[in-house]
Design a protein around this ligand. Sequence first.
Ligand code: C5P
Length: 216
Amino acid sequence: MPDIKGKKVLITAGPTHEPIDPVRFIGNHSSGKMGIAIAEEALAIGAEVTLICGPSNVKSSSKIKRINVQSAQNMFDAVMQLQETQDVLILSAAVADYRPKIVAENKIKKSDTKLTIELESTPDILASLGQQKRQNQLLVGFALETNNELENAKGKLVKKNCDLLVLNSLQDAGAGFGHDTNKVSILDRHNNIATFELKSKAEVAKDILRTIIAFK
Ligand code: C5P
C-alpha cells in the first residue's frame, strides 16, 4: 500500500460485553487503548477513519467516525455494513469468543442451587472478513497469546486469511490489557516477522501503520 492518505480505514477496538440478563454480562479486560491509538495515528496521517468500539472510557478525536457497540453480534453487524467500502481493516478488538445461548429477560435471582449458563460461539468477524476480502483490501488481525505464540499467530494469520497479524504476548511485562505500553511482533503472509521493543501504544500504532504502508 503506497500511501494511506485519503484511504478508508476501519478499526475495531475494545472489549465486547455479552449479556447474561438485563444487568450482567461476560466481558474482558481490554481497555480499547491500542485500537484507539491506531485510529488516532491513521487520522494523523490522512486516512478517513471509522472506529467500531466496544465499551471503553477512552475518548477519541471528533474527526474519527466512532460507532459504539456492546456485543460481538453488534460489532459484527456494524463491520459488515461498512466492510465493502474499506481499504484497510484493522481488527484490534478483544471480541468475546462465547456468549450466553439464552439471555434472561429478567434479572436472574439468587438461589441455593448452582447456576449453569450455556455458552455458544460468537461470529468471528476477522474470519468472515478474510473470506470476503476483495482485491486491494488489506486485512490486519491481532493475536494475544500466552503460549506457543509465534506458531499460534502464524496459524491464525493463515486460517483467517489476514495480510498482517500483530502479535502481543501477555508474557511481556508492561504489554497488553490496560497498559499504556505494548510490545508487539508483526507477521505478514509472506512469512516475514518484525519484532519491536516495548513502547507507548501511540508509538506501537506508528509501527503498525508504517508496516501496513510498506506491505506489498
Ligand atoms: O481467534 P482469536 O480470537 O485469538 O483471534 C483474534 C483476532 O480475531 C483479533 O484480530 C480479533 O479482533 C478477531 N476476532 C474477531 N471476532 C471474534 C473473535 C476474534 O474479529 N469473534
